[in-house]
Design a binder for this molecule. Structure first.
Ligand code: LLP
Length: 425
């Protein structure tokens, strides 16, 4: 639960705002973001990674207000598309503090990035190197580029496996020599300035050993580049992926430990080889915005499926949180609008979509006096819920409100039926 959440007379409050007031005023489903929580996590990263750069991964959840918070708290931004870039630019975020990612950036996206002068473009293929080199030359620019390196550390949720073969779409393989070949190709293009290497091993990772293996391999490649080309690259971007707690007993890695561990490894590899220590960047998304977010739903039906469990239907579902259906994700849910001393019953919280896989919380215990009109709150939905939301079954996407110090304000308006019909011929 967000840092400023609590209970008053049995009712959940977030940022000292009563969730019943939020539901009354803004409707449900509703995304509630604890501003203090999110900003505190931004600062935690900036502090732990002092001397390095923290670029928030906008894919986790991006809107103009988040961009303002990033700016206030001194973070940079990682964007994965021209759309994310547009959100940042629309509120004047400094382009030089933006890194652009993507395994298939369009010519239009690359051109925009060149025009506005984004700080780093992370290239992901030979084609992109040639394409960007050509575009840069045509526009009279010399962008700073990094190479996305596949380090062979295959990260899964809660574990990692080191593999020789990297069977996924991102990056250029270290072991197969594709990353080294990319270095050669970029160095041969006068219109591109190669400044460093990038790696992102996966997401929702709690075992930090995988990050360290990747960092060591990336630093090793810096040494190899120095030996082969006499070129010292000044930067390493170690990506994001730091896990958060979704349910009780989940563990989340400590940001200070991550920072110290990564710095130590990179420093050691570089110093041993007589190289200057590169400037590091990390790209946390979920770890910054995830824990501060809560989704509020209203219960519509409570159906007892004899001998099995109780199905609790809420007014949203896989259109506002697809993570349960897509990744088998676990969430914590609670009755938010009142206290209850009723016996707990084995429940499944489901949405209102036309699919049996439309599950919000697979297994949970809710009080047996649960009734239509009750509000449920699902924790840790700040990341990859609103950003992955869809209009499946023509449901409007819910609003996002930021709460702080007893006040709530809409930071993303909820969609209306007009929004749903817009663009229809
Ligand atoms: N940097 C790069 C290059 C990335 O691809 C990602 C995530 C991040 C940073 C941030 O990762 P984070 O710190 O948020 O784990 N939809 C999935 C997560 C996809 C992550 C994609 N890339 C989910 O809901 O779990």
């Amino acid at each position: 639960w967000p840092r400023t959440s609590g209970r008053t007379d049995g009712t959940l409050t977030i940022g000292h705002v009563d969730v019943r007031d939020l539901a009354r005023e803004h409707g449900t489903p509703l995304f509630v973001l604890d501003e203090h929580d999110v900003r505190a996590r931004m600062r935690d990263y900036v502090t732990a990674f002092a001397g390095s750069d923290v670029h928030y991964a906008g894919k986790a959840f991006l809107c103009r207000e988040i961009v303002r918070w990033l700016h206030d708290e001194g973070l940079g931004l990682d964007v994965a598309s021209g759309g994310e870039l547009a959100v940042a630019l629309s509120v004047g975020f400094p382009p030089e503090r933006i890194t652009m990612h993507g395994n298939n950036k369009s010519v239009a996206e690359l051109t925009r990035a060149l025009e506005v002068g984004v700080g780093r473009i992370v290239v992901d293929s030979y084609e992109e190197i040639a394409r960007l080199g050509h575009l840069a030359e045509r526009h009279g620019k010399r962008p700073k580029v990094m190479i996305r390196v596949t380090t062979g550390v295959e990260a899964h949720t809660h574990e990692f496996i080191a593999t020789a073969h990297d069977d996924q779409k991102f990056g250029l393989s270290l072991s197969a020599g594709a990353a080294a070949e990319a270095v050669r190709r970029i160095l041969a293009l006068p219109s591109l300035e190669l400044v460093g290497l990038h790696s992102h091993i996966g997401s929702q990772i709690v075992d930090t050993a995988g990050f360290e293996v990747a960092a060591r391999r990336l630093a090793g490649l810096l040494v190899q580049i120095k030996d082969e080309h006499g070129v010292v690259l000044p930067e390493l971007d170690l990506g994001g992926g730091y896990g958060i707690a979704y349910v009780e007993d989940d563990e989340a890695p400590d940001v200070k430990e991550i920072a110290d561990g990564l710095r130590e490894i990179v420093t050691k590899v570089c110093e041993d080889a007589g190289l200057p220590v590169p400037r590091l960047t990390v790209e946390p998304g979920r770890a910054i915005v995830g824990p501060g977010g809560v989704t509020l739903y209203e219960v519509g039906t409570v159906k007892d499926v004899e001998g099995l469990r109780t199905y609790v239907s809420v007014d949203g579902g896989m259109s506002d949180n697809v993570r349960t259906a897509l990744y088998g994700a676990d969430y914590t849910v609670t009755l938010a609008s009142r206290a209850s001393t009723a016996e707990p019953m084995l429940s499944r919280v489901v949405g209102k979509h036309c699919e049996s896989g439309d599950i919000v919380v697979r297994d949970c215990f809710l009080p047996s006096d649960l009734a239509p009109g009750d509000l449920l709150a699902v924790a840790a939905t700040g990341a990859y819920c609103r950003s992955l939301a869809s209009n499946y079954n023509y449901l409007p996407k819910p609003a996002v409100v930021a709460v702080a110090d007893g006040a709530a304000r809409v930071i993303v308006r909820g969609e209306t039926e007009d929004d749903l019909l817009r663009g229809q011929l």
